[in-house]
Design a protein around this ligand. Structure first.
Ligand SMILES: [Zn+2]
Ligand SMILES: [Zn+2]
Length: 319
């Protein structure tokens, strides 16, 4: 399994960003991303230029859009046509999600707890979702300084509540990239076994083969007689042997290693910490698990603040 940094939330001058689509792709390449999605607000008009720039760059492009409505923002990735957001009222969102799925698209809730009215109309998620199982991903980390934002803590709390209800919903991070600046951003890493391409990126998001990192990348797999089990997949509960790896060489030019310092790894089962481990490049540990879900957090210092979650994995399900 290889883990590739892919940015899933961006804007260009086709909505309210400063980049041309070409400049966006160039900026993604310069920062070390392996792939980038184009998600302008309510338009795909940048797609032709984006596709040409992707072709030239050697990066993997993901086509998308950010549904930008009065009741929340929703990222739509990989939909081969366009489902119109206009006329969709809060109680109709499940129907709209179904239509997007019928068109092979994925939906993710962008910055669910961002400040809304009167600061930013529609930033806060207010759609009434009846079936959370239908939501593919939740952007638990958004924009700069995500690890220590109160919005991130609330989003992770919501995510864990949904996991506790058995919803297989993928946690992602979004730069919500509008322009270049020097702030600190987290990265979404996508686990891919075969070729890195758009369909495999979409499948990895669908399957929750995703890890998030503000600094070093933390990945986790369960070792079983049938082979490795990755985030999003399922293994038997009881004794589970986990291999945890930490890689501090990923995205080397896009995080400040003097300010982001890992201190420990914690294993979280069904919302409770069940094990604390030291930080090292690779370790194997066997833990006693119950039915539910199991994931890992990397905890450390983040720009002077102690005990921050600086990386996290999506969960392995324990049946
Ligand atoms: Zn938004
Ligand atoms: Zn956005």
């Amino acid at each position: 399994m290889k883990w590739y940094p892919v940015e899933l939330h961006t804007h260009t001058e086709h909505s309210d960003g400063d980049f041309t689509p070409t400049q966006l792709v160039q900026a993604a390449k310069a920062r070390g991303f392996a792939g980038v999605a184009l998600t302008d607000h309510n338009t795909k008009s940048g797609a032709t230029e984006f596709n040409a720039a992707i072709e030239k760059s050697g990066l993997t492009g993901v086509h998308g859009i950010e549904w930008t409505t009065y009741w929340g923002h929703m990222l739509v990735l990989g939909e081969y046509t366009y489902t119109d957001w206009r006329g969709v009222t809060p109680d109709m969102i499940d129907e709209a999600i179904k239509r997007i799925h019928d068109h092979c698209g994925l939906v993710g809730i962008a910055h669910p707890f961002a400040l809304s009215n009167p600061v930013n109309t529609g930033y806060h998620w207010e759609f009434q979702i009846a079936d959370w199982q239908a939501v593919d991903f939740l952007e638990v980390w958004s924009r700069d300084n995500a690890p220590c934002k109160v919005q991130s803590l609330r989003a992770i709390e919501l995510w864990e509540q949904l996991l506790n209800r058995g919803c297989h919903i993928t946690a992602t991070s979004g730069r919500d990239w509008h322009r270049e600046d020097t702030r600190s951003y987290a990265h979404t890493y996508v686990g891919i076994e075969d070729e890195l391409n758009e369909q495999n990126v979409l499948q990895a998001i669908r399957d929750s083969r995703i890890c998030l990192a503000a600094g070093p990348l933390l990945t986790m797999q369960a070792e079983t007689a049938q082979g490795p089990v990755y985030p999003g997949q399922q293994t038997e509960s009881g004794n589970v042997t986990l291999k945890l790896c930490m890689d501090d060489q990923t995205m080397p030019h896009d995080w400040d290693r003097t300010a982001i310092i890992p201190e420990k790894i914690v294993l979280v089962q069904n919302g409770e910490v069940i094990e604390t481990l030291p930080v090292c490049a690779e370790q194997t540990v066997t833990v006693r698990t119950q039915k539910g879900w199991l994931r890992a957090d990397l905890i450390g210092r983040y720009f002077g603040r102690e005990e921050q979650r600086i990386a996290l994995t999506n969960p392995i399900w324990t049946a």
